[in-house]
Design a binder for this molecule. Structure first.
Ligand SMILES: *Cc1c(COP(=O)(O)O)cnc(C)c1O
Length: 408
């Protein structure tokens, strides 16, 4: 198989001027991957800076409530900046240092990857520019605030629909003129080779830990592993711990939005999602696009799942039947979030809650001696505006109005 391809998916469709930059990146990445001391340096960094290894929590109350399989939760919410994104950005930070570059750029939609990248840049002493659609800058003010305070320059992108895909195009435009001293920190297992493979490698730390932890706590492999899928990095991270165990079923849960039938969703892999093969943003995968190849507007209550493409690695694993895909709707997410908060005292991010929805549906149909793992990719504190709105909480509204008045 050609390098960087997963079945028919993947590749590196990049402009001529970036060829040499990608050659350097490939070389540095391959040499780091072959060097056991690099991985050890990465593990030490994540241990000192980001709370790794994250725990695997047995959800005793939720298990009892549902009355089926034992439920274990992998706690990526306990990472610094509140999600698995730290694994990827800190890993790429170490590579940037190896390459001797001094500046990083990134695209961000919801702003979580932007905050993580700005954090990494502050820690490593890199200059940092974050591209963000103008629409998202307006919607995600708290994250923009933190990026700027962390020392990053946030550039609002006014092209197209002024969201994530436009920010990604702008970041590529920057890179074409700045590649000598700049690295583009792609936020998920998408984009041109080597990004999908490289980001999956950094995220594999989740699966490596989870595999050891479930063996120690449950005595054998889990029966099923659930993860939400935006671009696919937290899912690939945990799945890699179990890919070579054929009896472990792997389930990716996409954003069903208001329902697959409504067209207002961000699901690319479930039956009827309407996604089709295409080449964009440097790689080939299944995109939500029109017949003319125009990217569609996607919808999800979870901003981090709101993306038109999917990892080429997951497109292939789905096609081969190794990963089963499901979709969770916005209203199912709110319900599962409520249940998880009340039974376990955990507040999963809206994104992560998609995985909980499917697990909560399936656990009661399984035997009591079976076990499942849910990857809790991040914490929900960041979602307080959305969650409070969804619960239609009157005292929250009064609070917001009062704060607004103070600034008038
Ligand atoms: C960004 C994000 C996601 C989606 O990204 P993947 O690459 O699919 O993992 C999921 N969960 C959280 C908490 C996120 O911040």
């Amino acid at each position: 198989m050609k390098k960087g391809y997963y079945g028919q998916w993947g590749g590196a469709f990049i402009p001529e001027v970036l060829q040499a930059t990608f050659e350097t990146l490939n070389k540095v990445y391959e040499s780091a991957r072959a060097d056991a001391s690099f991985w050890q340096e990465y593990v030490d960094l994540m241990g000192n800076y980001s709370c790794r290894p994250t725990p695997l929590t047995y959800a005793e109350n939720l298990t009892r409530h549902l009355g089926g399989a034992k439920i274990y939760i992998k706690r990526e919410d306990l990472n610094h900046t509140g999600a698995h994104k730290a694994n990827n950005v800190m890993g790429q930070g170490l590579l940037v240092r190896r390459m001797g570059k001094k500046r990083v750029i990134a695209e961000t939609g919801a702003g979580q990857h932007g905050v993580a990248t700005a954090t990494m840049a502050a820690r490593f002493g890199f200059a940092c520019t974050i591209y963000m659609g103008e629409e998202d800058v307006a919607r995600q003010r708290p994250n923009v605030f933190w990026m700027e305070k962390l020392g990053a320059t946030v550039v609002p992108v006014t092209d197209g629909s002024r969201t994530l895909k436009d920010a990604m195009n702008e970041a590529f435009r920057d890179w074409v003129t700045s590649m000598d001293d700049t690295h583009y920190v792609i936020g998920t297992v998408c984009g041109p080779h080597p990004f999908p493979e490289m980001v999956a490698w950094f995220q594999s730390i989740i699966g490596i830990e989870a595999r050891k932890q479930i063996l120690a706590q449950h005595g054998r492999m889990p029966d099923r592993v659930y993860a939400c899928v935006g671009g696919g990095s937290n899912a690939m991270g945990i799945f890699q711990g179990f890919l070579d165990e054929p009896e472990v079923e792997l389930i990716g849960v996409e954003a069903g939005g208001q329902g697959i039938g409504t067209g207002k969703h961000a699901s690319r892999m479930v039956e009827g999602s309407g996604a089709s093969a295409g080449v964009a943003q440097g790689y080939k995968t299944k995109f939500l696009q029109s017949a003319e190849g125009q990217m569609c507007d996607t919808h999800s209550i979870a901003a981090g799942l709101d993306y038109v493409g999917i990892s080429p690695i997951l497109a292939d694993l789905g096609e081969k039947g190794r990963v089963r895909f499901a979709a969770a709707t916005d209203s199912e997410v709110i319900e599962a979030l409520s249940l998880t908060m009340r039974t376990e005292g955990l507040i999963p991010a809206m994104e992560s809650t998609h995985a909980f929805v499917q697990a909560i549906k399936e656990a009661p149909t399984m035997a009591k001696d079976q076990a499942i793992i849910i990857n809790m990719s991040g914490r929900g504190d960041k979602d307080i505006f959305t969650i409070a709105h969804a619960f239609d909480d009157p005292s929250w509204k009064a609070f917001i109005v009062k704060r607004a008045d103070e600034y008038r």
